[in-house]
Design a protein around this ligand. Structure first.
Ligand SMILES: NC(=O)c1ccc[n+]([C@@H]2O[C@H](COP(=O)([O-])OP(=O)(O)OC[C@H]3O[C@@H](n4cnc5c(N)ncnc54)[C@H](OP(=O)(O)O)[C@@H]3O)[C@@H](O)[C@H]2O)c1
Length: 303
């Protein structure tokens, strides 16, 4: 199976290259090959690569900057997925597309289910929701995967930021009233690779059984404060030299950002298990694997 993967310089796309290695004929499609901001070029680029399956984690992911770059965010997140999905629908090529917990408004305490009402709070979430709608409108075989709080040992993300701040400062102040599941890019990539391998012969039918939409995140839940505390404790246990002595819980309103973020990002994972037979590890277990990698990078060089 020729599997085209976009966003390969990003967290999830990069992890997918590793997870699919040896399991499929992977065709990496970085921005230079498939620029999602150039909608009119997408079909001809896909013609050249002729994939049997498309996985699209590429996105405009700068949540705050999107408030000022609405047009670009919508072109990449809202319109490009529609171009990809139309191409795929015409050829009956299955499409797996990554979306986000930011399509929900974050109200309440219970975990969101896939058929709950959406209500994005900012441009990024709204642009991602527009991309989902465009994919559904193309009516081809598709699976939209909503995930949350993505990080990896490499790249630009919360884990790396906390590791840097904890090395520089005695005190960190971290938001404690937003709850979700930190999800490593590796967990997402491994789950997608498993799902594809398990159902390779009937992906369109499986996708339809999930109504084209599934949540995929690590198990369990925490706040950004809980996540930061686990990162600092985990790095210290691995011998990383850190200055941080206290991690102070703060409220969202004490850390103003341009874009509003959902307070409740809990995602119900029942459908992932029921339709695809895929379960994910607890977020703390997945974090341990990333911390092992990061701690090796941060360790003072011997000699
Ligand atoms: N990060 C999160 O916390 C989070 C949470 C929930 C859902 N998600 C979703 O999960 C998916 C993967 O996120 P991620 O964290 O892996 O993203 P990421 O690390 O920010 O990577 C984004 C990727 O998209 C590519 N890209 C951006 N603009 C492009 C364009 N015009 N044409 C082609 N490629 C372009 C980037 O390529 P360049 O290197 O060339 O810029 C990069 O490879 C996204 O769909 C995102 O919306 C993310």
């Amino acid at each position: 199976m020729r599997v085209l993967v976009t966003g390969v310089t990003g967290q999830v796309g990069g992890a997918l290259l590793t997870a699919l290695d040896g399991k499929a004929d992977v065709v990496p499609a970085p921005r230079a090959v498939l620029d999602l901001a150039q909608g009119q070029m997408i079909a001809s680029a896909l013609d050249r690569m002729a994939p049997d399956l498309i996985i699209n984690p590429a996105a405009y992911t700068a949540v705050d900057r999107a408030e000022d770059e609405r047009d670009l965010a919508y072109r990449i997140n809202g319109e490009a997925p529609g171009h990809i999905a139309s191409w795929a629908a015409r050829r009956n090529v299955p499409l797996i597309h990554l979306s986000t917990d930011y399509v929900y408004d974050g109200a309440g305490e219970r975990a969101w289910r896939e058929d709950d009402i959406t209500g994005p709070l900012g441009v990024y979430g709204a642009s991602k929701l527009a991309g989902e709608d465009a994919i559904r409108a193309a009516k081809g075989p598709h699976l939209i995967i909503r995930t949350s709080w993505v990080y990896a040992a490499k790249g630009t993300n919360f884990l790396r930021t906390i590791a840097r701040l904890a090395a520089e400062r005695p005190e960190l102040r971290i938001v404690a009233d937003q709850v979700g599941a930190p999800t490593s890019a590796q967990v997402i990539a491994d789950s997608i690779a498993t799902l594809v391998a398990k159902h390779a012969s009937d992906l369109p039918r499986r996708f339809a059984a999930a109504d084209g939409l599934v949540h995929l995140a690590a198990a369990g839940e925490t706040s950004w404060h809980g996540f930061a505390t686990a990162i600092v404790d985990g790095l210290r246990a691995r011998g990383a030299p850190l200055k941080a002595q206290s991690i102070v819980p703060i409220r969202t309103e004490d850390y103003p950002t341009k874009a509003k973020r959902p307070a409740n990002s809990r995602l119900d994972l029942t459908r992932l298990q029921r339709v695809f037979g895929v379960t994910t590890p607890h977020w703390s277990q997945a974090l341990a694997a990333e911390l092992d990698v990061l701690a090796r990078e941060l360790a003072p060089q011997a000699g």
